[in-house]
Design a protein around this ligand. Sequence first.
Ligand SMILES: Cc1ncc(COP(=O)(O)O)c(C=O)c1O
Length: 461
Amino acid sequence: MTKPATHNQTRHWQELDAAHHIHPFTETAALNKKGVRIITKAKGVYIWDSDGNRLIDGMSGLWCVNVGYGREELAEAGYKALKELPYYNAFFQTTHPYVTELAAKLAALLPKGMTRVLFANSGSEANDTAIKLIRYYWNLMGKPAKKIHISREYAYHGVTMGAASLSGLTPMQTQWDLPLPGFEKVPTVYWYGFGGNQDPNEYGLAVAKKLEEKILELGPENVASFSAEPIHGAGGLMLPPDSYWPEVQRICRKYDVLIHLDEVITGFGRTGRWFGADLYGIEPDIMSMAKGMSSGYQPIAAIGLGHRVGEAIATANEELVTGFTWSGHPVAAAVSLRNLEILEREKLVERVHADIGPYFQSKIRELAKHPLVGEVRGVGLLGAIELMDDKASRKFFDRRIDVGTQCRNHCFANGLVMRAIRDTMVLAPPFIISKNEIDEIINLAWRCFDLTARDLGKSTG
Ligand SMILES: Cc1ncc(COP(=O)(O)O)c(C=O)c1O
């Protein structure tokens, strides 16, 4: 660590950062003028900044630190692997125990029929790899025309060229002249925002129908896959009505379109089920996972292959020409394995399903009494709270006011990490959070909604 010359440590790091570090998803000039926030340590559900301020992390980092911060045994698992086998790869007819054991463990946990996996290092890489494997599958099947990938508006699938093309958040594409050719979008399923007075299940069916219309417009013989998160995450935490997924699945099967499920957020227990596929009864042909796979302690991701894709690839008599230097890195695999062991041993998925998840859901719904709050929705340890200009008439704020960011800033200043997606405030706390800690989040959120309402000249709760 470098030492400050004349002034305090925080200022010193801020200066170094401003001079040398370009941040992801950040307006660099504005940040540098203001000075970056520096997080120096974390334990349980709390993080601390370089000035010693404690914040409760309602977002598990970026929806990933599911077993909570400061787990000694994950550090030990990583340390042991670092000493024994700091690196080896799975290229050239080789493997190592960590990645082999992890592949088998995943096969036991993944949805039925998904018995084979490939490894990557991030959700974006997993999605890029999934796109390649889908293309390859149709080539193997003698249907090379099937190359169009359909996904949804508001989807977030990552930032690499393919994953960003799959994403449906337009700001992610304009700077880079994306999407690439062959990526098509259908409307998202967001009842509170777009469903109007329609019954949610009727709305769900109507949105699913748009997928069928798109497939027919493009020609089923040209459509390779439909990609979606079981629940929209970074696009605004939108949950599908019950009617949506069964109908989407029926349509994909009818036109022989592969279902690619992006479980990067929903995977490994976040919804109270091991996977979003289990929650909605989806049988994916291919699945991407990352984040909760190691609870964020190491960068690791995987692509699960459903039966037909897995068999086709495993029995193709040629080299599969893809893979990363770090695919299935021993240290990351060791930490991931131990993380899965913790989830099972401490029954954390069951806890999210039957105990802390229901408590969290009932507490966030109390926030709906606040005058600024419209719909509150969620499942497991995922929660979204919509800030509304007028909740009675379901009027959203003018986007230019950026109420969500104002509220998020109040949250940071008051010791709470809550994410703003447009004016939807989002929570996804670690699975080990206690009821008292949830109460702390709710009290802080209420206070920050009051402060935001006051800034807007509106009544407070
Ligand atoms: C659903 C989903 N897919 C993919 C990604 C991309 O993952 P990564 O940031 O690890 O590349 C994310 C990241 O938030 C995500 O939420």
